[in-house]
Design a protein around this ligand. Structure first.
Ligand code: C2E
Ligand code: MG
Ligand code: MG
Ligand code: MG
Length: 284
C-alpha cells in the first residue's frame, strides 16, 4: 500500500525516482476515483443546493439568496465545493453540475414566489469552463422555460478572474445571457485584475466585493480604501454593489455608510437547505 511504499522509498534514499513515480501514480489513481465518485454523485442525487440570504442594506430586508452546491458524501458527510469543484472543472463534469444546480435553484425560486414570498432574485454561480460550452445560453433558456421562472428573477454570477481569463469570449457570452433577460453579477470583485476599459463594456448589473476586502473592515485602512473605491466605481458605472462575507455588526454599518446596496455573510445567515432558509423569507 501507499504508506509502506513511501517508507521503503524514504529509507532507500537513492531510489527517489521510483518513489516519485509511484506517488504520482497514486495521485493519478485517486483523481480517477474522485472523478468517478463525483459522476456517481450526480447520477445518484448526492449533491445538495444550499441557499444563503442576501440583504438589502437600506432597510435590512432579505430579498434574495445565492445557491451554493454541497456534496452529501455517504461516508465523508457534507463536502464543501472547494474540495470538488476543481476536479469537476478538470474532468468536464462541471457543465452538468452547474446546469443541475441552476435547475434546482430556479425550481426552488419559482416555488417560493408561488407561495407568496417577496424575493427579488436567485443568484447562481457559473464556472468559467462553461464559457467554452456553446450550448450554455440554450441550456439556461431551457431551464427557465422548464421551471417557469421569469428571467428577471435569475442572477448569474461569474467571477472577475473568469471574465479576465478570456475577456472577449466572456463579453460575448454575457451579452447573449443578458439578451435572455437574466441579471448578471461579477463575483469576487477586486481579485481578478479587471481592466476598466473592459468593465465598462460588460453588460452586468452588480459587483460583489470579495470577502477578503470585507474581512478587515471597519479597521483596516487598505480594506477601507478598496471597499470605498469599488463601491464608487460600481455606482458610477450604474451597477449595484454587494459586500460579501459580512460577519459582524460594525461591518454592516460600515458598508451601509459607504453606500453599498446589498450585504451577504454569516451575520445575516449561513447557507442552509431550502426548508431551513425559507423561514427567513418575507411574505407579501
Ligand atoms: P462564492 O460564489 O464567492 O460564494 C460565497 C462563499 O463564501 C460561500 O462558500 C459561502 O459559504 C462563503 N461565505 C458567505 N458568507 C461568509 C462569511 O460571512 N464568512 C465566511 N468565512 N464565508 C462566507 P462555499 O459555499 O464554500 O462556496 C465557495 C465557492 O465555490 C463559491 O464562492 C463559488 O465560487 C463556488 N461555488 C459554489 N457553488 C457553486 C456552483 O453551484 N457552481 C459553481 N460553478 N461554483 C460554485
Ligand atoms: Mg458566488
Ligand atoms: Mg463571491
Ligand atoms: Mg467569494
Amino acid at each position: 500500500n501507499a504508506d509502506s511504499a513511501l517508507f521503503k522509498a524514504k529509507s532507500s534514499g537513492r531510489d527517489s525516482y521510483a518513489f516519485y513515480s509511484q506517488e504520482m501514480t497514486e495521485q493519478a489513481h485517486q483523481r480517477v476515483e474522485l472523478v468517478s465518485a463525483l459522476r456517481r454523485a450526480l447520477e445518484q442525487q448526492q449533491l445538495r443546493v444550499h441557499y444563503q440570504p442576501i440583504t438589502r442594506l437600506a432597510d435590512g430586508r432579505m430579498i434574495g439568496c445565492e445557491a451554493l452546491v454541497r456534496w452529501e458524501h455517504p461516508e465523508r458527510g457534507l463536502v464543501p465545493p472547494g474540495e470538488f469543484l476543481p476536479i469537476a472543472e478538470e474532468s468536464g463534469l462541471i457543465g452538468n453540475l452547474d446546469v443541475w444546480v441552476l435547475e434546482q435553484a430556479c425550481r426552488q425560486m419559482r416555488h417560493w414566489l408561488t407561495q407568496g414570498h417577496d424575493l427579488a432574485f436567485m443568484a447562481v454561480n457559473l464556472s468559467c469552463r462553461l464559457f467554452r460550452r456553446s450550448e450554455l445560453v440554450r441550456e439556461v433558456a431551457q431551464v427557465l422555460a422548464s421551471t417557469g421562472l421569469k428571467p428577471e428573477y435569475l442572477e448569474l454570477e461569474i467571477t472577475e478572474s473568469a471574465v479576465m481569463e478570456d475577456p472577449d469570449t466572456a463579453e460575448a457570452l454575457l451579452t447573449q445571457l443578458r439578451e435572455l433577460g437574466v441579471r448578471l453579477a461579477i463575483d469576487d470583485f477586486g481579485t481578478g485584475y479587471s481592466s476598466l476599459q473592459r468593465l465598462k463594456r460588460l453588460p452586468v448589473h452588480k459587483l460583489k466585493i470579495d470577502r477578503s476586502f470585507v474581512r478587515g473592515l471597519p479597521a483596516d485602512p487598505s480594506d477601507i480604501a478598496i471597499a470605498r473605491a469599488v463601491t464608487a466605481l460600481g455606482h458610477s458605472l450604474g451597477l449595484s454593489v454587494l459586500a460579501e462575507g459580512i460577519e459582524i455588526d460594525a461591518q454592516v454599518e460600515f458598508v451601509r455608510q459607504l453606500g453599498c446596496d446589498y450585504g451577504q455573510g454569516y451575520l445575516f445567515g449561513k447557507p442552509l437547505p431550502a426548508e431551513d432558509i425559507e423561514r427567513l423569507w418575507p411574505v407579501t
